[in-house]
Design a protein around this ligand. Structure first.
Ligand SMILES: Nc1ncnc2c1ncn2[C@@H]1O[C@H](COP(=O)(O)OP(=O)(O)OP(=O)(O)O)[C@@H](O)[C@H]1O
Ligand SMILES: [Mg+2]
Length: 309
C-alpha cells in the first residue's frame, strides 16, 4: 500500500468579493470549500492516476469532519487520527474587481502528546507500507523529531520514504534517512544556508544532501523541471513550454507522479519523467484543481531528459 502523511491538513475556504472595503461589511458573492493539505493533494493525484493509496494525518472537530467527508466524496481513501482540537481553516479572498488574492493561513490545532503517540502507533501497524510520502508543515508545538521518528519506523518496515517539507522539519527529517527528498530551489537554499547561483551550485548542494543521507534528491525548479541526483545517475528533466493557469499543487503532483513510476516498478529516470509530467499537468488547471490523467499522459512523451555532469 502507498501512504501519504499530512500532519497539518486544512479546510481551505475561498471567498469572492467585488472590492474589499475596510472598516465596513463586505458582501460575499461566492464561496467554495476544499479539503487541503500537501499529502492530501499527493493522494488526490495518485487517485487520478489510478494508484491505490491511503491518506494519513490528524483531523479534529467540525472542520475535521468536513475535511474527511469531502475526501470520502472525492473517493480518496483515508485513515486519520482524531484529535481533540479543531482542524484549521485557511481563508483565501479573491477580489474580483482587481484580481488580487489575499490568503490568511491558520496555524493549526495543538496536538496533544498522546495524540502524537496515536499517530506513531498507527505508523507502526498500517498494513504493508511500500511507499510513503510525508508532506508539508508541522502543527504548532510538534517537534520536527516526529518526522525523523516516522521515517525511521517506515524505513525499518521496508518502505521507501519520500519527504517533502521545509526548514527545521526537513533538516531533522533528513536525519531519519529518507529515500527521496524534493526541495524546490528556495527550500534547498534554506537547507544549505546560502543562495545558489547557477546549475553547478545547485547540483553541488543536492550532492551534499545525498551525502547527508537522502538516497535520491529531486530539486524542483518550476518551469525548468526537476534535477535528479541519485546514486548512479543524474538528470535534468524539463517540461515543454505550456500555458500556465495556476501552479498551486504542482510540487505535490510531481511527488505523486514520481510515486506512480516507483509503484509500477519503473526505473528512476522514468519516475522522474512522470514527476515532471504530473507537475506540469497541474499547472494547466486553474485554482486548486490538480492534474488530469489525459494531460499527464499527453505530456509524458514531451518531457526532455538530459544527463548532467
Ligand atoms: N511554470 C511552470 N511551467 C511548467 N511546469 C511547471 C511550472 N511550474 C511548475 N511546474 C511543474 O511542476 C513541478 C513542480 O513545481 P515546483 O518546482 O514549482 O514545485 P514546488 O515549489 O514544490 O511547488 P508547491 O508550491 O506545489 O510546493 C515542476 O518541476 C514542473 O514540472
Ligand atoms: Mg513544494
Amino acid at each position: 500500500m502507498i501512504y501519504t502523511i499530512t500532519l497539518n491538513p486544512a479546510m481551505d475556504r475561498t471567498l469572492w468579493i467585488e472590492k474589499i472595503r475596510t472598516d465596513d461589511s463586505n458582501r460575499i458573492k461566492r464561496e467554495q470549500r476544499y479539503a487541503g493539505g500537501k499529502g492530501i493533494d499527493v493522494s488526490r493525484v495518485l487517485t487520478t492516476l489510478g494508484t491505490v493509496n491511503k491518506a494519513l494525518g490528524f483531523v479534529g472537530g467540525f472542520a475535521g469532519e468536513e475535511l474527511e467527508g469531502r475526501l470520502l466524496n472525492e473517493g480518496i481513501a483515508c485513515d486519520f487520527v482524531r484529535i481533540s482540537g479543531e482542524t484549521r481553516t485557511n481563508i483565501v479572498v479573491n477580489e474580483t474587481s482587481t484580481g488580487h488574492q489575499t490568503v490568511f493561513n491558520a496555524k493549526g490545532p495543538e496536538i496533544k502528546p498522546y495524540e502524537l503517540m496515536q499517530m506513531i502507533h498507527k505508523v507502526e501497524k498500517v498494513e504493508s507500507p511500500e511507499i510513503v510520502a510525508i508532506s508539508g508543515s508541522l502543527p504548532p508545538g510538534v517537534n520536527p523529531e516526529i518526522y525523523r521518528k516516522v521515517i525511521e519506523i517506515f524505513r525499518g518496515r521496508g518502505s521507501k520514504v519520500i519527504l517533502d517539507t521545509d526548514g527545521d522539519a526537513l533538516k531533522t527529517g533528513l536525519n531519519g534517512l529518507p529515500d527521496v527528498i524534493k526541495p524546490n530551489i528556495h527550500e534547498l537554499e534554506r537547507l544549505t544556508g546560502r543562495k545558489l547561483h547557477g546549475r553547478e551550485e545547485t547540483v553541488a548542494a543536492a550532492k551534499a544532501l545525498r551525502r547527508q543521507g537522502a538516497d535520491t534528491v529531486l530539486v524542483s525548479m518550476g518551469a525548468e523541471g526537476i534535477l535528479m541526483i541519485a546514486e548512479k545517475e543524474q538528470y535534468l528533466a524539463s517540461p515543454p513550454k505550456v500555458r500556465v493557469e495556476n501552479t498551486i499543487g504542482a510540487g505535490d503532483s510531481a511527488i505523486a507522479g514520481f510515486i506512480y513510476g516507483l509503484s509500477r516498478g519503473e526505473p528512476l529516470r522514468t519516475a522522474l519523467v512522470y514527476a515532471v509530467a504530473a507537475g506540469t499537468a497541474t499547472t494547466l488547471k486553474p485554482g486548486t484543481a490538480l492534474c488530469r490523467r489525459e494531460d499527464f499522459l499527453r505530456l509524458v512523451p514531451k518531457i526532455a531528459v538530459t544527463p548532467i555532469e
